[in-house]
Design a binder for this molecule. Structure first.
Ligand code: GTP
Ligand code: MG
Length: 149
């Protein structure tokens, strides 16, 4: 499977999504440092929220096959500037979390992620599990490669 690194502000749902993808018990646990697992890399939101730590995230992306930018459907502004995806040379997907929360605005979060440069967007509720299989199926796909001559 492809390894996914999760990035986004604190509270956007990175750890909860990690637990859902790993089929672990869903429980709140503040991320204090980067967790590097076999399928997923979970990062603290403060890395995305602090200018100089953002460069560390860009470097850490090399450890993964795919970068996941998270935006909760409840967020009222975005951290991601336009075309931020060009900072990394990995495929970048957008993940909208908390899609069933009261006052969730999926469309706005999707727009922010597309504006950041994500072409493919997933929609999840990590607590109910909705949409989690779609991400797992994507991580299982092997990119088409031309046979070597
Ligand atoms: N309903 C719902 N709640 C969610 C979802 N994702 C996260 N939450 C809740 O949002 C809160 C914060 O989630 P975390 O997964 O800890 O957020 P995080 O991005 O890992 O935050 P940091 O570790 O601080 O960077 C928790 O109380 C979760 O239960 C979701 O998809 N749906
Ligand atoms: Mg966390």
């Amino acid at each position: 499977m492809k390894k996914l690194i999760l990035m986004g502000r604190s509270g956007s749902g990175k750890t909860t999504l990690k637990q859902a993808l790993n089929r672990e018990k869903i429980e709140y646990c503040k991320t204090q440092y980067i967790h590097h697992g076999s399928l997923l890399i979970d990062t603290p939101g403060e890395y995305a929220q602090t200018h100089h730590l953002g460069y560390a995230l860009a470097l850490y992306a090399y450890e993964a096959d795919v970068v996941g930018l998270l935006a909760a459907a409840t967020e009222n502004y975005t951290l991601f500037p336009p075309n931020i995806t060009c900072m990394v040379n990995r495929e970048v997907i957008g993940i909208v979390t908390k899609i069933n929360a009261p006052k969730a605005n999926r469309a706005l979060a999707e727009l922010w992620l597309k504006n950041a440069g994500c072409r493919r967007i997933f929609f999840v509720d990590s607590v109910t599990g909705e949409g989690v299989e779609d991400i797992l199926a994507f991580l299982c796909t092997v990119p088409d490669r031309k046979p070597q001559q």
